[in-house]
Write a protein that binds this ligand. Structure first.
Ligand code: TRP
Ligand code: SF4
Length: 409
C-alpha cells in the first residue's frame, strides 16, 4: 500500500478524466463512464478531455479517422448530459503543455516503472498485428500522469484497468516532488515560514507536526494542514512548502491523485458478452429507434426456453442483465417470476426494456440535436473549454518550470 496524501483529497475537489476518441459511443460507455461524469460535474470541478495523443500511441496507422471521431464523441458526451456550463471539456493536443510536462516527468521516470505497467505487455499481446514496441507506447502511462498532474486533480474516475496508471501517477508525483520540491534551502525556508506565522501558530504547528511524525496521528495532520492554510502571513508557496515539511517530503508541487472507482451496473452486449465495438454487439448512444428495437427483439435469451411453455432462469439470460440496468424492482420481479413460471414469452419480457431504452435514447437524441444540426456549437464548447484548461495548465507549468530550473526569468 502506498501512503495517501490526505491534504489533496480532503480539500481539493478537482476531477480529471479522459477518453480516447473512438468515434460514436455506445450504452456500455454510457452506463460505465458517462453517467458517472454527469453525476460528478454537479459537486466537483470537472475537467473532461479527448485523449487524442493517447489514441495515436496505438492507432498511429489510422490518423484519417481521428478528426471525425473527436467531434462525434464530444457530441455523445453532450448528448449524455455532460454540461459544458458545469464541466470543462477540451482536447488534449490543444494544450501543448501536456507534452512539456510529459517530457519533464520523463527525466525522473525509471524505465522499469513503465515496463511493469500491466497494460504495456497486455496491449502488446492483444494488438499483435501492431508494432507497439515504440517509445510513444511505452510512455503512454506517463503521458496520462502528465494529463492528471497538469490539473493538480485529486480524483480520477477510471475503470479498473486504469487503476495502475493512477498508481503510477502517484509514484511519479512523489518522485518529482522529492527531486524538485526540495531546494538546497528547503529546511531553512520551512523554519522561516514557521516563524512568519507568528508565535502562537508556530508553536501549534510544531506540536502537531511532532504528534504526526512520532505517532502517525492523522487528526493532528489534518489540524496542521488546516492551520497552515488559515495563515494570512504566509503565501501559497510557503503553505505548500510547510505541507511538504509536515510530511517529511519535498514541497508538494504536484499533488498525488486518487482513482475514483465507481460501481457501475454491468451493461451486457446484445450477445451477453461485454458490450464492445469489436464484438459487434453494441447499441449506440444515438442509434436508430428501429434498429434498437430490432436488436433487443432478437437478443438471445436463456437457451432452455425453446418453447413458450418452457420455464427459464434469468441468471442464464442476457436480457435479465438488461433488466438489472434498466428496470425498477417491480418490473424485475414481474420478469423473474414470469420467466420461472413460463407465464409469458421472452418477447413479452423484453417489451418494457425496449420501451425504457427508447425513451432514454429519445432524451439523448434531443440533447444531441442542436449540436448535430449546428456543428459550430460543438466547436465553440471545445474552444471555450480549451481556453479554461490552458489557463490552468499555464499556471502549473509556471510552477513546474520554476522547480526544475527552466524558468530562466
Ligand atoms: N488512458 C485512458 C484510456 O485509455 C484515457 C486517459 C488518458 C485518461 N489520460 C487520462 C483517463 C487521464 C483518466 C485520466 O481509457
Ligand atoms: Fe430472459 Fe425474460 Fe426470456 Fe426469462 S423470460 S429467458 S429473463 S428474456
Amino acid at each position: 500500500m502506498t501512503t495517501r496524501s490526505p491534504e489533496n483529497t480532503a480539500t481539493n475537489r478537482r476531477v480529471l478524466s479522459g477518453m480516447r476518441p473512438t468515434g460514436r459511443l455506445h450504452l456500455g460507455h454510457y452506463h460505465g463512464v458517462l453517467k458517472n461524469w454527469v453525476r460528478l460535474q454537479k459537486g466537483y470541478e470537472c475537467f473532461y478531455f479527448v485523449a487524442d495523443w493517447h489514441a495515436l500511441t496505438t492507432h498511429y496507422d489510422a490518423p484519417q479517422t481521428m478528426g471525425e471521431h473527436v467531434w462525434e464523441m464530444v457530441i455523445d458526451w453532450l448528448a449524455a448530459g455532460v454540461d459544458p456550463e458545469q464541466a470543462t471539456l477540451f482536447i488534449q493536443s490543444r494544450i501543448p503543455e501536456h507534452a512539456e510536462l510529459h517530457l519533464l516527468l520523463s527525466m525522473v521516470t525509471p524505465l522499469g516503472w513503465l515496463e511493469r505497467v500491466p497494460s504495456f505487455k497486455d496491449q502488446q499481446r492483444k494488438l499483435r498485428d501492431k508494432d507497439l514496441a515504440t517509445y510513444g507506447f511505452l510512455g503512454y502511462p506517463l503521458l496520462q500522469a502528465a494529463d492528471i498532474l497538469m490539473y493538480r486533480a485529486a480524483h480520477v474516475p477510471v475503470g479498473e484497468d486504469q487503476v495502475p496508471h493512477v498508481e503510477l501517477t502517484r509514484e511519479i508525483a512523489r518522485r518529482f516532488n522529492y527531486f524538485f520540491g526540495r531546494g538546497p534551502n528547503f529546511d531553512m525556508e520551512a523554519q522561516q515560514a514557521i516563524e512568519q506565522m507568528g508565535k502562537k501558530a508556530a508553536k501549534s504547528f510544531v506540536r502537531l507536526k511532532q504528534m504526526f511524525n512520532e505517532k502517525g496521528d492523522r487528526a493532528a495532520h489534518a489540524e496542521a494542514i488546516a492551520l497552515i492554510r488559515a495563515q494570512p502571513n504566509i503565501n501559497q508557496a510557503q503553505q505548500d512548502l510547510l505541507a511538504g515539511f509536515l510530511e517529511g517530503r519535498g514541497k508538494a508541487i504536484l499533488p498525488e491523485p486518487e482513482a475514483l472507482l465507481t460501481e457501475a451496473a454491468k451493461m451486457p452486449g446484445l450477445d451477453g458478452q461485454k458490450m464492445s465495438k469489436s464484438y459487434d454487439n453494441i447499441i449506440a448512444l444515438r442509434d436508430e429507434p428501429k434498429r434498437v428495437e430490432q436488436s433487443i427483439r432478437v437478443m438471445p435469451t436463456d437457451p432452455a426456453r425453446v418453447r413458450i411453455t418452457d420455464p427459464g432462469d434469468p441468471d442464464k439470460c442476457p436480457v435479465w442483465q438488461l433488466h438489472l440496468v434498466y428496470s425498477d424492482s417491480e418490473t424485475r420481479q414481474w420478469a423473474a417470476t414470469g420467466c420461472r413460471a413460463a407465464s409469458f414469452g421472452c418477447l413479452e419480457c423484453k417489451r418494457p426494456l425496449i420501451e425504457k431504452v427508447l425513451q432514454q435514447q429519445e432524451e439523448i437524441r434531443q440533447r444531441a440535436q442542436p449540436y448535430e444540426s449546428n456543428p459550430a456549437k460543438v466547436k465553440e464548447v471545445i474552444h471555450a473549454g480549451c481556453q479554461k484548461a490552458r489557463a490552468v495548465a499555464a499556471e502549473t507549468m509556471e510552477i513546474v518550470r520554476e522547480a526544475v530550473g527552466t524558468a530562466h526569468k
